[in-house]
Design a protein around this ligand. Sequence first.
Ligand code: C2E
Ligand code: CA
Ligand code: CA
Length: 398
Amino acid sequence: MMRLLVLDDDPDIGQTVRSMAETLGYQCQVTTRPDDFFNALDDWHPSHILLDLVMPEMDGMEVIRHLADRRCDAALIISSGLGGRVIDAASRAASQHQLSMAGVLVKPFSFRDLRTLLGRQPPAPPLPRTRDGAAPPALTPAMLDEAIQNNQIGLVYQPKVQCGDDTVTVGFEALARWQHPQWGAIPPDRFILLAEREGLIEALTRKVLIQACATMAGIRRARGAAADHWSMAVNLSARCLTQFDMVDKLVTLCQLHGLEPRHLTLELTETAAMEDGVLALDLLTRLRMKGFQLAIDDFGVGYSSMVQLARLPFSELKLDKAFVAAAGHSREARTIIRSAVDLGHQLDLKVIGEGVESGEALAFLSEVGCDFVQGYYIARPMGKEAIGAWLDGRGGAG
Ligand code: C2E
Ligand code: CA
Ligand code: CA
């Protein structure tokens, strides 16, 4: 059942939203005070929440924090009469708190604006739950260590395609999933940090690399020449850059699977690449000299200076998905994307937009000359057994 819970201190707005939502087939409850809102949240389990940012008793950011503490999985819509910049910031904060953002509404909004957001499928809740609805327990280092040893860390693969012609595949990104026997698929946001902190990330990355190379070799066997220019991307943490023998290990791994280094792309966040400037520069240069591709991930949210970025031998720049998601409603986001595409091209990098969820986002990225795209609009991450059918199902150049 679709249920919308509204928190807005202006009762008139609440009533207007209620009649709009009911027209759209929603049940709707309107609250004007945080106490009533949280009571309704507990008793009524809404599928959607519409939250006003500025209220006298408690501001919207506090409400967002409480929602995060309660691991609320309703799709969240933030509304405000404040400028787009403030709403953008709040929406980013909500996503960082692992809430499912359905979108933002700048007041005054129309029936159409609301319909667009309510009509959209809410994103999957970020935290896995068991059938009885319980959230998983705190994950411990021992549990993760065991999971790595027992091959419970699997991979899903998300296609990367050409921006102007999304029938042209350029590669895949391998994304880790912890297949927990009891809790199901645990997303990486919940265990990568733990692995980094507990010194388990090297072992985890090794398992990831082996699986990613095996899958890439399988794809190449099945697809022949069409797949020759495709590259499999793997995410590397900063800590992996402190292993002196990493370059040789990677070369050996590729040889073992009949891959050339160019069939592997290593994705690093800008912060990771900067952490130990000298060592990273040395290692990244050696990787590039061997022919591996290097992508700078989550571009735009780190703290690198342009000078440092220009010094590092990257081949690809991945715009952070927060900017791509905001492109539809934020002029700031569009400006950042445009500038990043230009900067990337000036530095001879391919620019890829990730987190593309709509045709509008895709159209904007093509318009500004982005090279590649990746996102739910093109394809969700999939198991390796689904790759063949996905490639077959879309025609084009493969
Ligand atoms: P990332 O490298 O930025 O990966 C992209 C994330 O965005 C993935 O989440 C992907 O499923 C998600 N995504 C893809 N398309 C869309 C879209 O259209 N909309 C939205 N909202 N999201 C989209 P995932 O798989 O949960 O991974 C989260 C992060 O965990 C990754 O972010 C990466 O930083 C890290 N990670 C994943 N696998 C590994 C790994 O093997 N090693 C390391 N070190 N980190 C990993
Ligand atoms: Ca990545
Ligand atoms: Ca990213």
